[in-house]
Design a protein around this ligand. Structure first.
Ligand code: ADP
Ligand code: ADP
Ligand code: ZN
Length: 225
């Protein structure tokens, strides 16, 4: 990252299914920020069959957390690209205390810090239902849900008109339980870390997608002003 202190670094914190990806895409469109999802980066590494991808695949399928070493390596590489100067929304990173500490160090080296960490709160039961019903457009990646967000015209993506959709191998009710346990054990404690840094914001993510988007938009407008 460069040393421009106006570069926003926003973190979306929340369990699987909280709406991090959905909301990160909205913020990207509205504020011109760059969505940086370690889940997407890891899935790309798995698809490309890189050594990191091969090591990550079994862990991801079981709903565990990929090692800090692998995640930090792909995150550092992505943060070095020039487009992130527009400001970033970290979606699904950091997920452990070690990742949070590494991010603080990486940013400090560039004279930066976390602008805001926004915690998206959802009930455990809702999280399982959201993950189990999730699917995305195979062409543009727009997210959908069997119950909560179907395409306006069945079988046709609202964004790009694509007709192919896909589901993630790890979006089953069983794996969701393991991912939820990993969230509570390793990621939820980061809420206290960001509260102590004075950058924590919270949004009730049990509300509808548009309401959550409005509240996030107000926070982002305020903190990046
Ligand atoms: P979700 O959107 O459901 O929270 P992600 O796409 O963010 O899921 O992540 C999918 C999987 O990728 C996780 O279950 C985990 O195995 C791995 N993963 C993603 N980000 C991280 C991270 N920061 N640290 C460790 N593992 C990660
Ligand atoms: P995350 O990236 O945090 O794992 P997603 O953004 O992929 O979560 O959302 C999980 C699923 O829940 C998707 O199918 C999405 O369409 C749906 N969803 C997201 N936000 C909401 C919401 N506020 N209310 C109902 N469903 C939602
Ligand atoms: Zn599409």
């Amino acid at each position: 990252m460069d040393t421009d202190t106006t570069t926003a670094v926003l973190i979306l914190l929340g369990p699987p299914g909280a709406g991090k990806g959905t909301q990160a895409r909205r913020l990207e469109e509205r504020f011109g920020l760059i969505q940086l999802s370690t889940g997407d980066l890891l899935r790309a590494a798995v698809a490309a069959g890189t050594p990191a991808g091969l090591a990550a695949q079994t862990v991801m399928e079981a709903g565990g957390l990929v090692s800090d070493e692998i995640v930090l390596a792909i995150l550092r590489e992505r943060m070095a690209a020039p487009d992130v100067k527009a400001g970033v929304i970290l979606d699904g990173f950091p997920r452990t205390a070690a990742q949070a500490a590494a991010l603080d160090t990486l940013l400090a080296e560039a004279g930066q810090k976390v602008t805001a960490a926004i915690s998206l709160g959802v009930d455990d039961a809702a999280m399982i239902a959201r993950v189990a019903g999730r699917f995305t457009c195979a062409r543009c990646g727009e997210g959908y849900h069997d119950t909560f967000k179907q395409p306006a015209q069945a079988g046709c993506c609202d964004k790009c008109g694509g007709t192919e959709f896909k589901r993630r191998a790890d979006d089953t009710a069983e794996t969701a339980q393991a991912r939820l346990a990993a969230y509570h054990a390793q990621t939820a404690p980061l809420i206290a870390h960001y509260r102590a840094l004075g950058v924590l914001q919270t949004v009730d993510a049990m509300q509808g997608i548009d309401t959550v988007a409005q509240e996030l938009g107000s926070i982002v407008s305020r903190v990046s002003a």
